[in-house]
Design a protein around this ligand. Sequence first.
Ligand code: ATP
Ligand code: MG
Length: 262
Amino acid sequence: MPPKPISARVFCIANQKGGVGKTTTAVNLAASLAIQRQKVLLIDLDPQGNATMGSGVDKRTVEHTVYEVLIGEQSILTAKVRAEAAGYDVLPANRELSGAEIDLVRMEERELRLKRAIEEVSDQYHFILIDCPPTLSLLTLNGLTAAHGVVIPMQCEYFALEGLSDLVNTIKRLYANINPDLRIIGLLRVMFDPRVTLQQQVSAQLEEHFGDKVFRTVIPRNVRLAEAPSHGVPGVLYDKSSRGAQAYLAFGKEMIKRVAKL
Ligand code: ATP
Ligand code: MG
């Protein structure tokens, strides 16, 4: 019997606040889903190229990048690389991508370029994850326009909710105008330290305000997750038994369940 046809579910990992754990979440969710036998493509949409490096792919030596895909010189098929150790495909990024903003402004359908490129490969993956930069730029808009949903990693800090309204308003605007599929899949509490009373309080507030939109899984602050990128493997593979790895493995399972209900 031929294998059942698949059609990728596309998710952005986004939060315009910097350093909140987007890339760590993107890389570890990709690896966790791959462990669950899902075919995964991770798209690095950040000129910093951290998701590329964290997947064990050297951003300085890749032949093609997401930049060339956005400006129409390559397809995802020709530009993707296999992150062998991590177990999934990566569409890499590096500094070249910082020029995309300027190039794209002059192009037709500038917000739709990534969506169009993804359509060509959506029958090859179960999940396509997009690691967004810490901005609400044209790059992030391309990610959000291409996605079925957004995963928002956040730290349980006093100002955590403040920046969220801009992202939520952008999501609402896109939903109303160009992407009726777009929804918030969930808020993911990351770098959580239960010994800090304030973090417990903010975490409880999040549950109160957002209910089911808050993932049950909580990602603890765990140094093994921070060490993993320098070894070129996702944390879930670097030290499987660490609390951080266990949490991201659980998150992968929660994600599969949540997405099945969409
Ligand atoms: P940027 O906005 O610059 O893209 P980001 O939102 O992608 O940042 P990360 O790069 O994932 O954030 O994380 C920021 C820093 O925090 C990194 O050094 C990362 O290793 C560390 N970090 C992320 N999650 C955890 C965690 N659960 N425990 C400990 N350290 C973490
Ligand atoms: Mg990042």
